[in-house]
Write a protein that binds this ligand. Sequence first.
Ligand SMILES: [Fe+2]
Length: 347
Amino acid sequence: MRALSIFTAAILLIAVSLTPSAAQDDPGVVNVYSARHYGALEAPFVAFTEMTGIEVRVSQGSPRALLERLRAEGEQTPADVFLAIDAGVLSLAAEEGLLQPVESELLTENIDESQRDPDNLWFGLSQRVRTIMYNPEFVDPAELSTYAALADEQWQGRLCMRPATHIYTVSLVSSLIYHLGYDETRDIVSGWVANAPRYINSDTRMIETVAAGGCDVALANHYYLGRLRNEDPEYPVEIFWANQPDSGSGTFYNINGAGVTTAARNVENAVAFIEFLASDEGQSGAPEGFPGSNYEYPTNFAIAPNDVIATFGEFQLDLDYPLWEYGSLQATAVQLLEEAGYGFSEN
Ligand SMILES: [Fe+2]
């Protein structure tokens, strides 16, 4: 036993003495668990590799599936970075000790305080806003106001919504519970259900259905319209910012955010990767920027968004609901959706 530990120590010594020269030649890798579903080789990741030589290895999955993997793998996880499209899932990972704090001046200076974890366990890198899209042939925007108002019977047979299985629906309903409480939110969701929505499990298909006249109104993430408008500036669906201050506390949004895993083997590379995405270049609205690559809004508020989404105009985000609270109501939201009879699959 003793002989074995001396042997192990000798191996470790060799490994340690080899590391510095090896590191000079090989900047190494960063392993990323990414819940983004826009292709593994995203332009900003390629730009990061070009600048640093660090290879980005991406493993994709849904936010909740990746969280499950991190939990199950524990210390053994190959992931250095957890990149999620939902602040709720990031907060849960942080609470469960799966992420480690990162002290970085660049990150705290570039990213607005409202867009990152107070203990520096994760950092928002771009914003996605879930709001109302409508067909201007059939809807006067003066008829629109809040998510809650879509429960009004005037919307009978006119709505497209994403099934309850999707995190986009769960997180939006969590925000309603946060502001209005369980009972009022259940009444609102029951009102949506009474309006017999068409459940479509794709934001793009929902918007296309609105364009084709199959629904008058949909709830969708803004960047899907950004993509369609990029291809066709005349795309016949309009965006309406729900819950503006005259009727609510701002439009609901979520973030793409990232944290370094507690078990990360490549901590320096992981920090460099997140710092790059938070840098002026990484935050750009151009296609090589992280927000720009997917028509999202920067979390560095000093940087202008992509030209296509700049045409969507100014609006107020719901900053009253802190991102780090998003995780705590998700389970309740799923229960509420079930209780209200909201669809869990397409119809
Ligand atoms: Fe998406």
